[in-house]
Write a protein that binds this ligand. Sequence first.
Ligand code: ADP
Length: 589
Amino acid sequence: MNSIIKSNIVSKTPWKEFLKAIEKFTEIKTTKKNIYDIFNEAMAVFSELPNTIESALFTFADNEFDFELKISNPANSNNKIYELYEYLVESGNIGIALDSASIINVDLNNFRTDNSSVLVIPLRINRGINGLVLVVHKNFTEDLNQFLLRLTALFANLLGSTIENYQILQEFEESKSTLEQKIATRTLDLAQSRREIKAIFDSVLTGIVVVDLSINKIVRVNPAACLLIGLDESNIIGRQITNFFPFTDYTKFNDNDNSQKLVYYDSELIIKDGDKIEILRNTTKLKLNNRILVTESFVDVSKIKEAEKTLTEANQLLEIKVRERTEDLQIFVQKLKSEIQEREKAEIELRKMYEQQKELSELKTRFVSMVSHEFRTPLTIIKSSAQMISKFEKNISAIDKLYYLERIIKSVDNLTDLIENVVFIGQTDAKKLSLLKRDFNLNALINNLVLDFKNGVNYERNFIINLDESLAKVNSDEKLVHIILSNLLSNAAKYSSIEYDIVISGEKTENNLILSVQDYGIGIPEEEQNKIFDLFFRAGNVNTISGTGLGLTVVKESVSKLGGWIEMKSKLNCGTLFKVFIPLSKAEG
Ligand code: ADP
């Protein structure tokens, strides 16, 4: 920029040029487009002040509390002006001018050698100060100074507000264009959103119908709704909602709420030709600028409902079938259970049979071994005795002959006893044993029995007989009582040494006949005592003493046939006591 300082010569009317410059400034300021035009013009005005050497304009820097040099005159005097500005700040003159918001004149004798002074001019605006002008000058006359200073102050105010106006205008322009830009963007966005919403509205598979409640008519419908209803948009828009949705009651909506919803409920849709389809419906009320819009969105669920119905029916059918099958199964299980029970029963039977079979085969084995021994021995004795008699018929003495004959008779007796016992057992097994009760003399029976014993091999044996006289007449089965006593006596004799007595006792109580046989022989081992009444059983301590294991079985069967019972007490190597209880009939007792 060229210097606009003219000369140092004081004109006769120095304020006139200054005033003219101000006038010029006011004329053109309205058309200023650039702030620097304003600054230039302002510099031009200040250069008209008489004896001006330099001038400069500062404004407040943006967002800083410091001045920024905007223009100086002459144009190359920036450095000088800065130095001056620094001097004025440090000397406090800038502060004074700003505080008083009025022009001060500062003598520069301490700073420069050219006898100059500087006018510090604050640019005042309503809200304070927005700039500062420094004018370095020489030789202002006192009167003129006062006038010029007032004029300068006025211009400073004008300049301040011009700058402020420009700045406001500038800000306004800027914000206006930003706003316009924003509006344009929003308009574009809005148009885009509208397009998008329309695309969605048109493309969704959900039927949408919009009702304007103020006119109570349908105002919008989407293609999906048209398709479901079976009518064109033109045949739907403008009609009442109840034409299509029979169950509609918008009175449920509360007037005060701006937005309300009825979510997912089953409803019906009347379609073309008055047919109805089942729908799942969503109703939303929206208050928009005093308009109340209701949006109905819905989907066809008739097919789903149909499928549901079919499914329910199928389920029911299935349930019935399952129930039937369960019942069948229960019956089957029941059958199976009873079959298993039958089988188990059969198995038990089978096992029993097997046990019996086993027992039978064991019995058979024992019987065979018994027979082979007990039958063979007497038969051998008979045969050998008979052979002796026949062989030595002529040479045999009468005594020897008698001896052999007795042996034969004894063996035959033994065989007879044996066969009798076997037959007896056979009869009890086949339940053929008959009971024949009659009065008989038990004392006589016992005495005869003992005699028989003494006549045989036991002629050296001592028998002690303790019999109640009342036993002379008892009512029972004589044969069975005989069998019982003969077996017990035979055992007592067999299993005790000949030197020991055998005690036979008999008594009657109120109800029973009690017979006992006591010996003092080998006794029965304790662990085997419970088996001695079993068929063919023989205790381990019998050694070579011959026997069949039949006797006690016969005794037990006989006693039980008579309705009685038997007790036994035995101690190894001390002896054995058998006690038989036979019930008597009342008449007899
Ligand atoms: P057995 O023919 O062997 O005598 P029993 O049936 O009469 O058969 O007796 C069964 C078993 O009981 C005998 O083998 C014997 O072991 C035992 N027994 C019976 N009576 C007596 C007794 N008085 N003293 C010792 N043991 C006896």
